[in-house]
Design a protein around this ligand. Structure first.
Ligand SMILES: *[C@@H]1O[C@H](CO)[C@@H](O)[C@H](O)[C@H]1NC(C)=O
Length: 309
């Protein structure tokens, strides 16, 4: 087998092997995968949680400090994030991530001024939280534990997880929005989130076949593992694809390179709020907080699910 065939095979084998691990992350019950009825503000508020997450992760990694030193009023008194720190990045990556961080501040500003905000939720951006996520993705305990802040490639892999979840949430939300104002807002947010995702994926794709030292796992394999984990957590089929995929997941079934993750028509996948929360909580349940949001998300939709736990 050549490398691409091995990658394609491992994509499916990983799903199989890791099903042994699933008791840890799954809850019983019927996962709901359809759209939900809610007003525009509540739908955009699900995404506002992710915008806080992205803003802090990018700003602190690039600059060493986050929203509290740049636009503290936007946090509306919410607690500072746990465990983030300046990442050891090459100059190009640092430049891009700093820009992404400021873009997220703009996104927060536009959501808050257009439809109103809420206090920043508690965010866990600690190396331990990422280590848990990556252990869950690969299906065993990485040694040494994965740390997103130690070098460029680790940081890009950790970032691989973030704008993409926002963008599929926006694709899911737009058809549900009633007002011109919120559709205009979310279309604008979607454009930039997908641009960020594309840049991160392109930078990772350049190194797809390289090992992520000191592990015996390549960049492309890590992306497949992370995408696969998110699919399992969200429980609504394949809506997340790594950088090298079997032909049948590639554009027009003609390519195994998969620099953008998209469906059979090369349209972006859509996720509902439950799927988003299952992923970012790392719990596989929209009712069970954890992962990046130890106390859960803010806004009516997230709060109502948490109240059902
Ligand atoms: C690609 O394969 C899928 C099934 O895996 C099929 O549904 C789809 O129509 C195919 N697309 C093209 C362009 O042949």
């Amino acid at each position: 087998m050549n490398l691409k065939e091995i990658m394609a095979t491992s994509y499916f084998l990983s799903a199989l092997l890791l099903s042994m691990n699933m008791g840890m992350v799954m809850v019983s019950g019927d996962p709901y995968c359809g759209p939900i009825e809610a007003d525009d503000k509540d739908l955009v508020h699900v995404a506002l949680n992710l915008e806080f997450l992205e803003a802090e992760f990018f700003l602190i990694a690039a600059l060493g400090n986050g929203l509290d030193s740049i636009a503290p009023e936007l946090a509306e008194g919410g607690p500072p994030p746990i465990g983030a720190r300046k990442a050891d990045l090459d100059d190009l990556t640092n430049r891009l991530i700093e820009e992404f961080g400021y873009q997220e501040v703009g996104h927060l500003r536009s959501i808050i001024t257009t439809i109103g905000g809420f206090p920043r939720p508690l965010l866990d951006l600690s190396p331990q939280n990422f280590a848990n996520l990556f252990d869950q993705a690969v299906g065993f305990k990485l040694d040494p534990p994965f740390n997103p802040y130690v070098n460029t490639i680790n940081y890009l892999l950790a970032s691989y997880a973030i704008p993409y979840v926002g963008l599929v949430g926006y694709v899911g939300a737009i058809p549900q929005l009633l007002s011109y104002t919120s559709r205009r807002l979310v279309a604008g947010l979607l454009g930039v989130e997908s641009g960020q995702d594309a840049i991160l994926r392109a930078l990772l794709y350049e190194k797809a076949d390289e090992r992520v030292l000191p592990y015996d796992i390549t960049v492309a394999e890590f992306t497949n593992y992370i995408s696969d984990l998110r699919n399992r957590l969200a429980m609504c089929g394949i809506k997340d694809e790594g950088l090298i995929v079997p032909l049948k997941l590639g554009a027009e079934n003609k390519t195994e390179s998969n620099i953008l993750s998209a469906d059979v028509y090369s349209l972006s996948y859509a996720r509902n709020p439950q799927e988003i929360l299952r992923i970012v909580y790392g719990s596989g349940s929209e009712c069970k907080a954890g992962g990046f949001f130890p106390d859960g998300g803010n806004g009516r939709i997230a709060k109502e699910f948490l109240a059902k736990a």
